[in-house]
Design a protein around this ligand. Structure first.
Ligand code: MG
Length: 667
């Protein structure tokens, strides 16, 4: 059979041309997705029943343009503001230079004919987050502020282009989080474009974009039908593919509440809203320990979880369904805020444990202000919201969260505080690092011992190597065997005594086969810290005690195993480690990362002792915070109990000529 190739080619060209001209199609299936008996849709229903779908779509658009009873907390249409940065993202997007990730700047260009599969650096986040369309809402703001149609026209084009080039093909739910190369073509792309977390992100942000672009002539009746069908597909996709657990599930649930609340006209809207509310009500009890800590043991995700729970409350308040959240939900959120304010430092930053990044004071004051609206009776929240102008500080100083394993020693809530935050909890969820026993230390306006941070999440090759570097136990302020990562991360709190001249924490982690690490921290006279590390068990090898030094000049001596910072007057420290004979000291390259893909060099120090037999390896380390390093005292320390004792500890320290015994007995 002869095929007329020329004719086929011509036909294709013309259908391509037609496709270009009619980029937006009337999607008549929208009428079967909507509850046409919804108040206000009478005209839409009549026209649709008469077979006049084009007119019905027009009536539907009129309905949405006139609709006033649905609100979201994210945009205030009466007062639209655009920041310089957002304006830049909007303008760049006109050229298809898309702001995808703060860690990858300047932004990449995705081509005149947008290539949604472009993956210039093999970091999963870069490819996932492209599909969050972070520049769309800024384009909407730019459109509203300037009135320039070009933003709306381009947004509508990109929106349709995305639908056409990112078809939803079915893959196994587990494959969304996999980083292998098994999937090809559309399936491989779906892993990124349709990962439920990204889908939920669009579900939420498109409520803002919908409101911002709705008045534009580019927002045609045909476009509306495309938009609604696509939006509906998003919600259905999440409903069938909720993440199993963790913060992703929380994000997805909260955004399903958005979807259900924002488009009540969909037949499924009630189901979406209910599924989101049910999940949040269930997960708040699963993911948050009774002490208020979130189970990823990562201050950043803890904060994100608070804000997810609060966001759900705000949209409920605006649309009249607060009653669907019980009082216990509110109480838990309030506990989570109390947890966060305790582990945070006086400059409002959080420790960079696990995958946490540094927060800014500005961002946090905004958070406290938002939280104050939900918890107006909480005086401590008001205190932090107003930088102390109103409200009250908590009545206590040191505070432990025993289930989550976060312990805070502090002698003040002010900038002048000495504050140590110790992390020694149960096995944490995905973002948690194997760092049991580690700590951060703040003194008088500066962090002296900061966690190494996380730098990157996951991807291929070099990206994964860096992630693994920052996750290592040995780049924390804790103890390892042969510099290896902890095999078990299940700390048990043996003692927590947060008051008096000598405050004590005793925590134990069975870190390796036949080796447990008991760390006892004494906060003495509200002034300095004595850390006793005991590695007990049959295991043999080199026991390493690690400390990550602050960036800057740090004088040190192998003779007496001391490190003294040489910073300008204000915040310095002296660290001295007392270990068994034969203890060596090693200095290595260390890194500090407080933002994605940003890192600075520093010194990673370890004290090392070979463990040949059954005897425990024991160290005493004194960390003395001091304003002027010239004032750092002479220090010494020794064990009084000659061997590791399951039931207690007794040591003697001498600091600045003052001798004292530090001891405890376990019940
Ligand atoms: Mg860390």
């Amino acid at each position: 059979m002869r095929i007329n190739l020329k004719a086929v080619a011509l036909a294709c060209v013309s259908c391509f041309a037609l496709g270009q001209a009619k980029a937006q199609e009337l999607k008549t299936e929208v009428f079967s997705l909507l509850n046409l008996d919804y108040p206000g849709l009478e005209k839409v229903k009549t026209l649709h029943n008469e077979g006049k779908d084009a007119d019905a779509a027009k009536a539907l658009l009129d309905y949405y343009r006139a609709r006033t009873d649905v609100k979201t907390p994210d945009v205030n249409l009466k007062n639209i503001k655009i920041s310089k940065t957002e304006q830049q993202w909007a303008d760049d997007a006109l050229q298809h230079t898309f702001f995808v990730h703060k860690g990858y700047q300047p932004s990449f260009n995705y081509g005149e004919d947008i290539d949604w599969r472009y993956w210039p650096v093999k970091d999963n986040e870069l490819r996932w987050q492209l599909h969050r369309h972070k520049w769309f809402t800024p384009m909407g703001k730019a459109y509203r502020v300037s009135g320039d149609e070009k933003y709306a026209e381009e947004w509508a084009k990109q929106y349709i282009d995305w639908i056409k080039k990112n078809p939803l093909v079915k893959i196994d739910k587990s494959e969304y989080e996999m980083a292998d190369d098994k999937l090809k073509g559309d399936a491989e792309n779906v892993r990124f474009a349709w990962r439920p977390l990204e889908v939920s992100n669009r579900l939420q942000d498109q409520t803002s974009q919908f409101q911002l672009f709705l008045p534009s002539p580019s927002f045609t009746p045909e476009f509306l039908t495309e938009f609604l069908v696509n939006y509906h597909k998003h919600a259905v996709h999440i409903l069938g593919n909720y993440s199993d657990q963790g913060n992703h599930l929380l994000f997805e649930a909260q955004r399903m509440i958005y979807a259900g609340a924002f488009f009540p006209e969909f037949k499924d809207a009630q189901t979406w809203r209910k599924s989101g509310i049910d999940i949040l009500n269930r997960e708040i009890n699963v993911q948050v320990y009774p002490d208020g800590g979130q189970f990823e043991l990562d201050p950043h995700y803890h904060l994100a979880a608070i804000n997810i729970f609060c966001k759900a409350l705000r949209i409920a308040d605006m649309n009249g369904f607060r009653g669907e959240f019980p009082q216990s939900y509110l109480d838990t959120v309030e506990n989570m805020i109390t947890f966060y304010m305790n582990v945070s430092f006086p400059d409002y930053t959080n420790p960079c444990f696990s995958d946490a990044k540094l927060t800014t004071k500005r961002e946090m004051i905004k958070n406290y202000k938002d939280w104050h609206k939900l918890f107006p009776e909480n005086k401590a929240i008001l205190y932090f919201a107003t930088e102390g102008k109103k409200g009250e500080l908590p009545a206590y100083l040191s505070k432990g969260f025993l289930k989550s394993g976060f312990f805070v020693f502090r002698n003040s809530w002010g900038t002048d505080a000495a504050q140590m935050v110790v992390k020694a909890g149960p096995k944490g969820f995905w973002h948690c690092q194997p760092d049991n026993g580690t700590f951060e230390l703040w003194f008088n306006g500066k962090k002296l011992f900061a966690d190494s941070g996380s730098y990157v999440y996951a991807g291929k090759g070099e990206v994964m190597e860096w992630r693994n570097w920052f996750r290592q136990t040995r780049v924390h302020n804790t103890l390892t065997l042969n510099d290896k990562n902890l095999e078990t991360t299940e700390s048990v709190t043996k003692l927590w005594q947060p008051e008096g001249d000598v405050q004590v924490l005793v925590t134990e982690n069975p870190g390796y086969k036949n080796l447990k690490h008991r760390r006892s921290v004494f906060f003495v006279d509200n002034a300095y810290f004595v850390i006793v590390d005991e590695a007990a068990g049959d295991a043999k090898g080199v026991v390493n005690l690690h400390f990550q030094m602050p960036k800057g000049k740090v004088a040190n001596s192998r003779e007496d195993m001391t490190f003294v910072t040489q910073f300008e007057n204000g915040s310095n420290m002296k660290l001295q480690c007392f270990g068994p004979d034969g203890m060596t000291m090693k200095k290595e390259e260390g890194w500090l990362s407080t933002a994605y893909r940003k890192k600075v060099k520093r010194m990673n120090v370890s004290f090392n002792v070979r463990k040949d037999g059954e005897d425990a390896v024991r160290y005493i380390t004194i960390i003395y915070p001091v304003k002027d390093s010239a004032d750092a005292p002479e220090m010494s320390a020794k064990f009084k109990n000659k061997k590791f004792d399951e039931n207690g500890l007794e040591i003697e320290v001498k600091v600045g000529g003052k001798k004292r015994t530090l001891k405890y007995t376990l019940q």
